[in-house]
Design a binder for this molecule. Structure first.
Ligand code: RP5
Length: 357
């Protein structure tokens, strides 16, 4: 999947329940919501800075589908929002500044530029919508050009059939996301290169940060609950079979008397990264010491307490995998570059706000 930072250092944020096809391109300050389907060869780019050097975000709402070869982009310094349950059909172009409401449909080859669409607007095929605001519930017929207020006044209301059609398109695409994600899960379980393990379901919120980061780098992973204290045999079997299952790195998160990472490390030579979790009144200091203080001979690479630690554990796992994987290596380099650029960007914003404020 082509996820890239823009020059200002923004990296796309993709919800774990969204599906981005491997041939789709997502660049820069793009925020992709839950159960979005981003189809083959679709392009979403938030990479042009405005005169003040900032790049505005492109926000893709939940359950939106961006179909094959659709292009979503915005002029420098302008943003773009696509409301939930909207469909952008094959080869359509949405060019910001634009605000598209919820439940809209933009048909094949249509162009929407510098426009606002209310909710449930249907733009059929090969139409041009430019420089106007279309009220909710209106429709633009195939081939129409809507570029002034008079054109907008002539628009008819969408028919119930068209509204049903638009809703069906969304449902179909959400089903596509679900089956693609299922397939990805099966693939990930069979082909997991990283195992994320946690001591309890109560650790899931923090450990999802590791999962999110691995997904961003398209690294297949499995995620399991295994307790060193409550299910010691399972912990044993899990660690002892990890290498044979093809797992290259284990990330183990646990709280309180956090022995999980150490126990797993004692049973395998697969590198183990421990994430101490803030699960008790001691704020994670207990977990940190239990995880980090391994006796000589059985190492556990221990990260920071909590979400930052979970994220860094995933990045460290990626760095280990990247030693033998050029794609990951360059993705990691791009990610680091994006961090640097982000700081520069924030620095500029802060300096500007101080001088103008
Ligand atoms: C540890 O105890 C787990 O890793 C978790 O962080 C903590 C509390 O577990 P629960 O009582 O919430 O299941 O083993």
């Amino acid at each position: 999947m082509g996820l890239e930072a823009n020059a200002a250092g923004h990296y796309p944020e993709i919800a774990p329940t969204a599906y981005v096809h491997p041939t789709a391109t997502v660049i820069g300050r793009v925020c992709v919501g839950d159960r979005v389907f981003d189809a083959p060869h679709a392009v979403i780019r938030a990479d042009e800075a405005g005169p003040d050097g900032t790049v505005q975000p492109i926000v893709i709402g939940d359950c939106v589908n961006v179909q094959d070869c659709a292009v979503i982009h915005a002029l420098g310094g302008t943003g773009l929002t696509i409301g939930p349950r909207t469909s952008i059909a094959h080869a359509a172009v949405i060019h910001g500044p634009c605000e598209i409401g919820a439940g809209c449909f933009v048909g094949f080859n249509s162009v929407v530029f510098r426009a606002t669409l209310g909710s449930e607007v249907v733009v059929l095929h090969q139409a041009l919508v430019e420089g106007v605001a279309i009220p909710s519930g209106c429709m633009v017929t195939s081939g129409a050009r809507v570029a002034c207020d008079e054109d907008v006044r002539q628009l008819k209301r969408t028919t119930p059939e068209l509204r049903e059609f638009a809703a069906r398109v969304v449902q179909t695409n959400v089903r596509l996301v679900e089956s693609a994600l299922k397939e990805r899960q099966v693939e990930a379980v069979n082909d997991a290169r990283v195992s994320i393990v946690m001591g309890s379901k109560s650790d899931l919120d923090v450990m999802s940060e590791a999962a999110r980061t691995l997904s961003q780098f398209a690294v297949p992973y499995e995620i399991r609950v295994v307790s060193a204290h409550r299910t010691p045999q399972k912990a044993h079997q899990f660690a002892a079979t990890a290498k044979a299952r093809g797992v290259k790195v284990i990330i183990a998160g646990a709280g309180k008397a956090a022995h999980l990472a150490g126990v797993l490390a004692s049973l395998t030579t697969v590198p183990v990264i421990g994430v101490p979790l803030p699960a008790s009144d001691l704020g994670g200091l207990d977990s940190l010491l239990s995880t980090v203080q391994m006796p000589g001979g059985v190492p556990v690479a221990t990260t920071a307490i909590g979400k930052a630690g979970a994220k860094n554990a995933a990045l460290l796992a990626i760095a280990i995998l990247a030693l033998g994987d050029d794609r990951l290596d360059s993705q990691l380099a791009a990610f680091r570059k994006s961090l640097r650029a982000e700081v520069e960007n924030t620095d500029r914003e802060v300096r500007q706000s101080v001088t103008t404020g």
